[in-house]
Ligand binder design. Sequence first.
Ligand SMILES: Cc1cc2nc3c(=O)[nH]c(=O)nc-3n(C[C@H](O)[C@H](O)[C@H](O)COP(=O)(O)OP(=O)(O)OC[C@H]3O[C@@H](n4cnc5c(N)ncnc54)[C@H](O)[C@@H]3O)c2cc1C
Length: 353
Amino acid sequence: MSKKIAIIGAGISGLLAACMNAEKGYQVTIFEKQDFPPVNPSTIAGGMMAPYSEIDTLPLSFVKAGVKGIAMWKAMLDGGADFVFSKEGSLFVAHLADEVYLDRFVQHLNSVSGAWQWVNEKEIRALEPDLRSRFTKGLYIPEEAHLVPLLALEALFKKFISLNGQMIKQEVQPEDLALDYDWVIDCRGYAPQFDQDLRGIKGEILLIRNFEFSLKRPVRLMHPRYPLYIVPRPDHVFAVGATAIENADEDDGLVMLRSAMELMSACYSLHPSFGESKVLDMSSGIRAAYQDNLPRIIIDGEKRYIRSNGLFRHGYLLSPIMARCIAHYIETGEENDDFLLFSGRYNHAAFQE
Ligand SMILES: Cc1cc2nc3c(=O)[nH]c(=O)nc-3n(C[C@H](O)[C@H](O)[C@H](O)COP(=O)(O)OP(=O)(O)OC[C@H]3O[C@@H](n4cnc5c(N)ncnc54)[C@H](O)[C@@H]3O)c2cc1C
């Protein structure tokens, strides 16, 4: 039977939940308070889907869920996927004096042996010719992916409209919609006024154009003070990030001078051609996180209300799996195999493999 579903928020979690429910033949409406595409953490994100790279902060079961999420992306983006999405892996490098940070990180990666490999200078050059002669030791993780966030969101929006979905520009609260819809899915991102358990972690990111430099895949520079990732985008543009400022409330979209200087100097230390590059944009967003930094799906069956939130640094990685859990629950009233991860009943000890 067809159902009427309202979704609040057109970030990555709202759009994916919208597409997956519309694919079931339901009548889905997204309420977004900004014009599309909105300015939110989803649009400014780095766009990496890097489960293994996050293994020092992400429990193994979530790493595995993220790997499944990567596999879902290509299908979800349909045509044009090569431009928007690529799966070229990730490369970690460190300057000679900081190589100990690579060794330390490998202690975490050892729990997924087979998913990564050491690379020497020659292998680094083969992977990323523009990093030649700069690094003698690195780590390559082949199964990771990255996408261009804005293009991915636009592709999902197009797909949603083609599935007869509609988007309304309006700021709404779940109770405004309860009478008119069978289910309300709340994907508002950082909204501490409605969920006291959420905290905000500000992330700052730069967009830089450097015609003298190319990368095929995200590169992470291990550094004691300025850890850096740099994600390639079309036309020699690079997303360079990102800071993590705890308990940030102010969502002004601006970047602190100190953060900008740190990110830029890390970039320059990766390759001197960044000295001549152009800064196209600097922005910040507030990542919503629960205390354990793991996302949640909270369901109130009586009110027919579902909250999907707390995606922290993993919106692109984990939203596909979460959206599938939600669509399955709405269809069957049952929790699928992945649901437990997001239920708040997740227990690290029980999941140790
Ligand atoms: C600098 C930075 C870099 C990041 N890099 C990565 C990365 O590389 N990989 C990754 O996986 N994740 C990354 N993240 C994290 C990722 O961006 C977030 O996890 C994800 O965007 C959260 O998506 P969301 O849909 O839950 O919320 P949001 O993107 O915040 O979207 C929420 C939407 O809800 C709308 N809204 C809010 N209230 C209302 C209301 N009352 N009515 C109507 N609409 C409303 C907002 O306008 C907004 O558009 C990064 C985050 C930042 C800040």
